[in-house]
Design a protein around this ligand. Sequence first.
Ligand code: AMP
Ligand code: MG
Length: 321
Amino acid sequence: MEDCSSVILSGELAVLPTETVYGLCALACDPLAISKIFKLKGRPSSNPLIAHILNLSWLNAISEPSPVAFKLGEFFWPGPLTIVLPKKNLIPLNLSAGLPTVAIRSPAHHAFRKVLELVNQPIAAPSANLSNRVSPTTMEHVIQNFGKHCPPIYDGGPCEHGLESTVLDLSERHPCILRPGPISLPEIENALGMKILDQPIKHSLDKISQKSPGNSKIHYAPQTPVRLFKSLTHMIDQQETMINQVVLLPSLEKSNEFTVHGITTLLLSKDGNPRSIAKNLYHVLQKADQLGKEKMNICLLSGTEALIPAINDRLVRASNK
Ligand code: AMP
Ligand code: MG
């Protein structure tokens, strides 16, 4: 961790684990260091980065004071909730992609927190993958992405949540979810004691992309084309069309119903628990991709558990090419 913090302090990049996915880190207030993130990831300059802070006392240095943000920070930080607020000048315009706002969160992973403490200033950290690829949840995924250009990494093992943070916009009159994630809409509503929007008012998905440019429809996609079914039953019914293809199953339960010969099945979890599915999702997508099959088949999850909208969001994005 000491090594990574000196690398970051010198204006270079390092990779650190967070509780969501691995992050490609640089000093948030150094425009030159930020430009290195965009270059290595091949990230469009229109897609802003998240600034990571150690605790709430750092918030007002980079964003306009907001009582709602403070309440949410007290409730959910450190943790996988990112809030978008009007930015202060300390945040360079290339980090915010020219927007007058900045996305901020305080990560929970002990290694990331230690580095924040050592560096003693905000750290920008988008997912440590090439732009539009599946986010990395292990050190090995990061190395597969960047190969010989890979910056120094701290190996924290597999990430706890395995899905990117929830992004909540507080810069408009109505708080609104820009990206569903591990912290759900009902949890945020309970904490605030008020209703929030699950997407910007009267806006189509294209408008969400403008509001939160990283949320374009093709984000998080594997290279193998993905066919998405609306339920497991539909996927089982269509299995004759999947010979020589790979199928990703939410649990062991129905795996013996795939009786057609020549289908490769991979499990997203043994027991169908959404927490396990979220944690394994990107790892299994990468594994399925490496099989080099002509197609991968997956299905939307059903159920009322808080994580399901976030998982289904990523499955839909994985299937948009
Ligand atoms: P990543 O860190 O790669 O998982 O992506 C960060 C996400 O936060 C992307 O979806 C961005 O579009 C979104 N984001 C970052 N900054 C802002 C901002 N100022 N306003 C709206 N969305 C943002
Ligand atoms: Mg990303």
